[in-house]
Design a protein around this ligand. Structure first.
Ligand code: AHM
Ligand code: MG
Length: 339
């Protein structure tokens, strides 16, 4: 069977670099390293069920190697590959409490925040999971190791962000600030090909994604908004439909392509605290950047722009409302008391 001569992700990255004569190639190099890590994780995710069987004891696989938990494997794969890439000065991961240093002598000018395998409750049940990443320029002078302050930057200053979804196929979706592009992995040749150029999230949809089991913990305007979604729409004669996978990457990806709004509101009644479950640096901010680059919006459950929030902590949580511009606008009408 002959293969289509598609645009590979490396070609896309190089073409993009040519549009920026001032570029040194470091960002392109960084993205390419990350893509190699993603392919490694994708291969392991696809082997997940099998590795368990082959491992039997849960300790060793057929090659006699240690069988790691997938999220641990994903974390180590990214951390080890990126530590000697020469492009980063520091990293932070959902799996690690402290800042992750890079190897001495390999310090570069960017930082990386990542969630190695988001949707961990879905790992063992064969449901889509994903890796999320966020890249910033370092703030400290080039040369030595990075500091926590280099990572604690608002989402608005991200240089690139995106995710890899391990679903019925593996897809990479990312932005460097010039729109959002999606690439599908052809596993037989190990290449990501451009499959979804210039993705635009539909402004208004008929779908919402939220864990409604938490309804009683939400603030009143959020509850009223959910009631509204379940009312019959005058135009269609139908209410919104619920779609909740429980992996943010998968829920977000579905909404990005098909339209929809995703919510993870705070589950505290204390409106002075920015609670919620999702983490700002490596879950909310990167997906907010992707959403806004695709024409959508991302706000907190009290209407603040997610990209504008300056983090105080590497693992800070933030309530998230993210989706098409019209859908989020509608949500804001409830928060602002216009509905
Ligand atoms: P994780 O990073 O530990 O996997 O947790 C984040 C995940 C998101 O992917 C998802 O949106 C959310 O947790 C689901 O939470 P819940 O089970 O409370 O609905
Ligand atoms: Mg996560």
């Amino acid at each position: 069977m002959s293969r289509p001569l598609g645009i590979t992700v490396s070609r896309h990255i190089m073409d993009n670099q040519r549009l920026h004569p001032e570029a040194t190639g470091d960002l392109s190099g960084l993205l390419n390293e990350l893509i190699v890590a993603a392919k490694t994780i994708s291969a392991e995710v696809n082997m997940a069920g099998l590795a368990d069987i082959l491992g039997m004891s849960g300790k060793t696989n057929i090659q006699g190697e240690h069988v790691q938990k997938l999220d641990e494997f994903a974390n180590n794969t990214i951390k080890r590959r990126m530590a000697r890439s020469g492009y980063l000065c520091a990293m932070t991961s959902e799996e690690e409490a402290d800042i992750i240093p890079v190897a001495e002598g390999y310090e570069g000018k960017y930082t990386l925040a990542f969630d190695p395998l988001d949707g961990s409750s879905n790992i063992d049940v064969n449901v889509s999971i994903g890796t999320i990443f966020s890249i910033h320029h370092r703030l400290s002078p080039d040369g030595g190791p990075g500091e926590e302050a280099d990572l604690l930057q608002p989402g608005a200053s991200q240089v690139a962000a995106g995710y890899i979804i391990y679903g019925s196929s593996t897809m990479l979706v990312f932005t460097t600030g010039d729109g959002v592009h999606g690439f599908t992995l052809d596993p037989s040749v190990g290449e990501f090909y451009l499959s979804h150029p210039d993705i635009r999230i539909p402004a208004k949809s008929k779908y919402y994604s939220v864990n409604e089991g938490n309804t009683n913990y939400w603030q009143e305007p959020v509850r009223r908004y959910l009631d509204y979604l379940k009312e019959e729409d005058k135009a269609t004669g139908r209410p919104y439909s619920a779609r909740y996978i429980g992996s943010m990457v998968a829920d977000f990806h579905r909404n990005l392509i098909a339209g929809g709004i995703f919510l993870y509101p705070r589950d505290s009644k204390d409106s002075t605290k920015p609670y919620g479950k999702l983490r700002l640096l490596y879950e909310a901010a990167p997906l907010a950047f992707v959403a806004e680059q695709a024409g959508g919006r991302a706000v907190t459950d009290d209407g603040r722009s997610i990209l504008a929030i300056k983090p105080d902590d590497l693992h800070q949580r933030v309530p998230v409302v993210i989706g098409g511009s019209g859908d989020v606008e509608n949500f804001l009408n409830f928060i602002n008391g216009d509905n």
